[in-house]
Unconditional design. Structure first.
Length: 134
């Protein structure tokens, strides 16, 4: 019985001792959204109509025309992500105890710019994208 109690107390104490590295991995979120490089690479093709592009990427942020009156659509996405993870734990007996805590935070900014150029018939003639993360 004493061994079971000792093992339980040790396990309980160690359960609260997560490292900062573990917290750092917990706060990272690399989930994608509708407007992404993967969506452009997978879905956008030369010859698509504007309606098909909207169904894949949504409405553009900016629409301009060139000297030949052909439309250029610009999608611009900036995402700032901030997260924090922390934990604490301790073992307290009748008069004395031990406790500890650890935490980590992460802030990142990602930008994605997609430029889609249309021909005179309203079909995609060219597209490009640029992504940065810092």
């Amino acid at each position: 019985m004493k061994k079971v109690l000792l093992v339980f107390l040790v396990a309980l104490t160690l359960a609260g001792c997560a490292s900062a590295q573990k917290h750092r991995s917990d706060v990272r979120d690399d989930s994608g959204e509708k407007l992404s490089v993967a969506a452009v690479q997978r879905e956008i093709r030369v010859g698509m109509s504007g309606a098909e592009v909207v169904s894949v990427l949504g409405a553009p942020n900016m629409v301009t025309t060139d000297a030949q009156r052909r439309e250029t659509w610009v999608y611009d996405k900036v995402a700032t992500e901030s997260a924090k993870s922390s934990s604490s734990g301790g073992l307290w007996l009748i008069l004395a105890g031990v406790s500890g805590s650890s935490s980590a935070s992460s802030t990142s900014q990602r930008t994605l710019t997609i430029i889609i150029k249309f021909d005179n018939d309203g079909k995609v003639r060219d597209y490009s994208y640029r992504q940065s993360s810092f």
